[in-house]
Design a protein around this ligand. Sequence first.
Ligand SMILES: [Zn+2]
Length: 317
Amino acid sequence: MTFQIQAIDIGYLNLQDAANVFLIEGPAGFALVESGTATTRPKLVSQLEQRGVHPTQIMDLLLTHIHLDHAGAAGHFAAGDSRVWVHSFGVPHLIDPEKLIASSRRVHGEMYERFYGDLWPTPQSQALAVCDGQIISAAGLEFHAIETPGHARHHHALLLKHADQRHIFVGDALGIAVPNSDFISIPTPPPEFDPIAWQQSLQRLRDASPTHLWLTHGGLQSSNAAAALQFIDRVHARLEEESDFLKKQAIAIMASGARESGAYQQALLAATDEYKNWLHPQAAAAGVSARNLAQFLGDSFLLMNLQGAIRAASARA
Ligand SMILES: [Zn+2]
């Protein structure tokens, strides 16, 4: 059972190396892990065609979770007859994307229209629910679903074994490898960010003994077992630091007043500044360029992370 994996840069946010989808060619055809957004779809289609693959040849689309950078074009693939595999909690949102659209608009604000575009519903018959431990047969291969909540409750990593290789498509469970640097950024969006569940998910990934780690945001980050464990350890340390910092900020913001109050908004802005002053020097020290600081760790990203931390802190309070 040999296979070939190709990372395709979809030009997410009009940036280079910001997000990938993975084309997997197996003995029985093609599968895709992640769909990209509706707006990146034309570029993806042309990249597939350059590789001699027509989108209707993608019989199976596997999604790590339903955030729009991962699943926004699922309905378009479904219209071309792909089966769409997603965590059972994600299925209703693919069939009827209204809530997903509303929540993404809340999280991404004015960036939504620019970067996410139109969501097409996936017909119920093509939206297939995945649960933890399930083996998905696609392209003549077996993908093992590993439930990995933390970034999102409904998140799976997908393990593909071959001889002594163990490839895992980790979605966002190992954060974002910022291009041309050693920096791993931890995306903590509302409403499902859960730092404790996330740490447990890192252990599940270690336990799966990976060799190859494929990050949706960052591509291939390791190609042997030792490097894979080292990478997961780095994410672990980063997650711990980041969630400790964010938790303190979240508690201070929540204590400042009611959500609608001026004091709360002031506190949120002040925390965004403080977060930036804390994070950017660390990222710069790990080689992130000034330009990528603005593009990958800009105010809207920081604000999203703070809002995720507030939601997480209030859920536990
Ligand atoms: Zn993502």
